[in-house]
Design a protein around this ligand. Structure first.
Ligand code: HEC
Ligand code: HEC
Length: 276
């Protein structure tokens, strides 16, 4: 079978992407920091303590605030002010508790109008919350305009099973790409800096800032976004069709892998200079 060259390159990039996605998921996560985990299993905790713990998770480990700003509309994710009450009306047959838990564990099951399906499952890397943390977080969400009555039993027993050792904030994903070379692609051939800021690199507000992208998004999303931006949905608040859809043709597989490795180093510590 003869294929035009760009199609071949595109296919190759997709195969490479598939292989590395598999690889990324199958290798053990290396912990760089001792995990800080909340455990409430079996313990007594008042609703106030639960909500306070949930608020902390919302701001820190959950990274929710990077996308959701409570009391602020027009950001890349819905304003969660009043979500404790809104949750009861979202889905017929699913109560408020059920909806809130679902929105954390299966965000794509119901999409808030006007938003793409880009919220990651929060019990999986890179966020990786455990069952106690999910419980506290759901209680915090209920406290936004609703009644806090969620119990640990409302969180499925299987939830957070992949949050071993505190999830991916403490984990390093090692791809065989060269992050340093990927940084050069970001600033050079890929011209990503024409539209994106990433730490100290670039300043353009045309596309979303990528400084913390590896804390909030999966490698699958990042990889897919580079090859097929429209296919991954359009980040709310940004115009569709502006991010070029041609990187699968213009970048070599090597450059693509290096670029992804670089993006996976972007965890918001401001250090956008990749180490080898
Ligand atoms: C990468 C950005 C991103 C991150 C990180 C993120 N969310 Fe979301 N979230 C979204 C988007 C976009 C939607 C709307 C689409 C949908 O319904 O899935 C959403 C929807 C929701 C909803 C449903 C709101 C409603 O009005 O029905 C809840 C609840 C929610 N998120 C909670 C959280 C919590 C809690 C965290 C942190 C653990 C979090 N999200 C992390 C992007 C994000
Ligand atoms: C001409 C401007 C432009 C260029 C060049 C560009 N992008 Fe984008 N990019 C955007 C816009 C606009 C969005 C938001 C709309 C959307 O989702 O398509 C976006 C979204 C993204 C996202 C999703 C961010 C998020 O928060 O979910 C990633 C990742 C991304 N771009 C990576 C890249 C990389 C890597 C390059 C270089 C290879 C690049 N972009 C080049 C305009 C651009």
């Amino acid at each position: 079978m003869r294929l035009p060259v760009p199609v071949k390159v595109g296919l190759f990039a997709l195969v490479v992407m598939g292989a590395y996605t598999y690889y990324a998921n199958s290798i053990p996560q290396i912990q760089s920091k001792p995990p800080e985990e909340l455990s409430l299993e079996g313990g007594n905790v008042t609703p106030e303590q639960l909500v306070a713990a949930g608020e902390k998770i919302f701001k820190d480990k959950g990274t929710c605030e990077i996308c959701h700003k409570i009391g602020q509309k027009g950001t890349r994710a819905p304003d969660l002010a009043g979500v404790g009450a809104i949750a009861a009306k979202r889905r017929a047959g699913v109560g408020a508790k059920g909806y809130l838990v679902e929105s954390l564990l299966d965000p794509g099951a119901f999409l808030v109008e006007g938003y793409p399906n880009i919220m990651p499952r929060v019990d999986r890397p890179p966020i990786g919350l455990n069952r106690s943390e999910l419980w506290a977080l759901a209680a915090f969400l209920q406290s936004q305009g609703g009644t806090v009555d969620i119990t640990l039993d409302d969180i499925p027993k299987t939830a957070g099973a992949q949050a071993v050792g505190g999830g991916a904030q403490a984990a390093e994903l090692k791809l065989p790409g060269d992050a340093k070379a990927g940084q050069a692609v970001f600033s050079g051939k890929g011209a990503c800096i024409a539209c994106h800021k990433a730490g100290a690199l670039g300043a353009s507000p045309v596309g979303p800032e990528l400084t913390q992208i590896a804390r909030i998004q999966t490698p699958e999303y990042i990889m897919g976004k580079i090859l097929n931006p429209a296919g991954m949905g359009t980040v709310a608040g940004y115009p569709p069709g502006v991010m070029p859809a041609t990187f699968g043709q213009t970048l070599t597989a090597r450059e693509y892998l290096d670029l992804v490795s670089f993006l996976l180093t972007l965890k918001g510590d401001g250090a956008a200079t990749a180490k080898r």
